[in-house]
Design a protein around this ligand. Structure first.
Ligand SMILES: *Cc1c(COP(=O)(O)O)cnc(C)c1O
Length: 397
């Protein structure tokens, strides 16, 4: 017999979520996650993936994965430190370090795992972490796992960061103090103020940690936010994902050789979880090669993003303060946001609503993620639907 306590817990909590309209129903795709997707038998213009450069379906990556599967099989067979390190992993890490302009890099099974791995390998209960209040969930969990004191600062508020850095370092309570930020904030598309963060870090001897999941492949000629600001030799930890712009799966930490050597002996997901599959590692390496050789895909991404953003603004939508291709359409009310997203879907545009608790209450939005793979016709069609639905619902006039 299964637990009655569990049954009661689940029924009560699932019921409550459904009642409040906060239970997320998942729509499985019946196609690749490209610019057009098939959902429920219907083709829709896809504005919800993180496949920024269209690499998830790129023929060159597919060929690299297939050839590697033929040679190495589908699984790595062990954790990295037993005998699950294949030469394809080493090649990927060398390419990543070169691409990020750092001495070394280490690959993990996901970006989420990077934050589980890297923070607690270096920080402990005698340390403190200054964390932007809008940092990604995996940073929040990674910080908790380290047992360091977490001190949140107001989003991108450099005066607040400076004051809290001063207080933490002068208190004498902590051995080490780190500042952690997203490079690009995923819900609003704004960029962290890295030049000021690095300056404050230098003044107070802080360790610096930038999770650039949404910046890698997008900013700094593809190398990310840190490179964008010319700070490659001034940030201790650069985290990236291989699942967004790179189009596959996995994550990495780039930094000094000593840091990477330490993570190889102390970071738990590296020691206790099986490594990336050989096919995925090879596809990621191919993606990095493509990005190192040409900025064509980034240019197309920014062109498409600029076009969609300008079109939405012209229609009268509030697209917030995004500085990147992430394009929110801020509606406000949660129920209205969800109804808006549903109507867009019915008219042929897949753009997911994002509401509390993912974003602050009253700032519900539909988040648009244009990619390099969208054509001008697709974006025009999406804008036509935005105009129709927005007028119908009285959101624009
Ligand atoms: C998406 C994201 C992650 C997680 O990356 P995955 O590779 O999907 O696990 C981590 N950090 C930030 C800031 C992200 O946006």
């Amino acid at each position: 017999m299964t637990s009655k306590v569990l049954d009661h817990f689940l029924q009560e909590n699932l019921g409550s979520l459904k009642e409040k309209g906060l239970y997320n129903e998942i729509d499985p795709l019946q196609s690749a996650n490209g610019p057009i997707i098939k959902v429920g038998g219907k083709e829709l213009i896809n504005l919800s993936s993180n496949n920024y450069l269209g690499l998830a379906t790129d023929e060159r990556l597919k060929q690299a994965a297939k050839a590697t599967i033929d040679e190495y099989g589908v699984g790595a067979g062990a954790v990295r430190t037993i005998n699950g390190t294949l030469d394809v992993h080493i090649k990927l890490e060398e390419k990543l370090a070169e691409f990020k302009h750092t001495e070394a890099a280490i690959a993990y099974q996901s970006g989420f795992n990077c934050n589980m791995a890297a923070i607690s390998a270096v920080m402990d209960k005698n340390d403190a972490i200054l964390s932007d209040e809008l940092n990604h969930a995996s940073i929040i969990d990674g910080c908790r796992l380290s047992r360091a004191k977490v001190i949140r600062y107001n989003h991108s508020d450099m005066e607040d960061l400076r004051a809290k850095a001063k207080e933490a370092t002068e208190s004498g309570l902590y051995n080490k103090v780190m500042v952690i930020t997203d490079g690009v904030f995923s819900m609003d598309g704004d960029i962290a103020k890295l030049p000021e963060i690095v300056k404050i870090a230098q003044e107070f001897d802080l360790l610096t940690y930038v999770d650039d999941a949404h910046g890698s492949g997008v900013l700094g000629k593809g190398a990310g936010t840190v490179k964008h600001f010319g700070l490659s030799d001034q940030v201790d930890f650069q985290i990236g994902t291989l699942s967004k712009a790179i189009g596959v799966v996995g994550g990495y930490v780039a930094g000094s050789k000593d840091l990477i050597d330490w993570l190889k002996v102390r970071s738990r997901p590296f020691l206790f979880s099986t490594s990336l599959t050989p096919g995925d590692a090879a596809a990621c390496t191919k993606a990095i090669e493509i990005l190192s050789e040409s900025t064509e895909l980034q240019e197309r991404l920014w062109e498409n993003a600029g076009y969609l953003k300008a079109g939405l603004k012209k229609l009268g939508y509030n697209t917030g303060d995004s500085e990147t291709p992430i394009t929110p359409v801020i509606i406000g009310d949660e129920v209205k946001t969800q109804a808006f997203s549903k109507r867009l879907n019915e008219e042929g545009v897949y753009a997911k609503s994002i509401v509390f608790p993912t974003v602050p209450s009253g700032t519900g939005r539909v988040r648009n993620m244009p990619t390099a793979a969208h054509t001008r016709e697709m974006l025009d069609e999406a804008l036509t639907v935005y105009e129709k639905v927005g007028k119908e619902m009285g959101i624009i006039s």
